[in-house]
Write a protein that binds this ligand. Sequence first.
Ligand SMILES: [Zn+2]
Length: 169
Amino acid sequence: MIRNNDKVKPSEPLWLLYVEPQDPPSEQPVIDLLTRGMAAALNASEPYGDVTRGFHVCSCGAHSDNVEHKLPTGDITNSLAVHYLAYHRKELVGEQLGYVLALVRFCLDRGGLKEADPTPEQLQKPQPRPLHQVISDYHREASRKRAKPVLLQPIADDKDITCDEEYDE
Ligand SMILES: [Zn+2]
């Protein structure tokens, strides 16, 4: 956890929240200081670099705009930053959240920004998945669990090796 606001401004810009969530999004968005502070920071951001960098697409289907965003601290993020904080909070590791908190504190305490309600475009509420996708996700998850590696034990030379177990499939 970063405690001292005076020491959080990094000299190199950070590329924040370029993440690839694997789990389904939470049903309800987490709208707290981090989400509202990031919304404020994104509102005050400037486009950074080429506009043709392409889209970031989240595993839940949410997609970013086609430009990186330079935040008031000089750090870079993408327009899904608010979405990740709101719907994929539990997958963000502590270090990421520590940087986001430092960024938000800097913007609010020293940058003069006010917390902002995230816009629908920033939130990108996940849409219910069609049934066939839910089913194919289920099968993929099930086969991933089945495919756990099995530790093989050495077999003593004098032991009879029989193969009387039936295969599951
Ligand atoms: Zn998502």
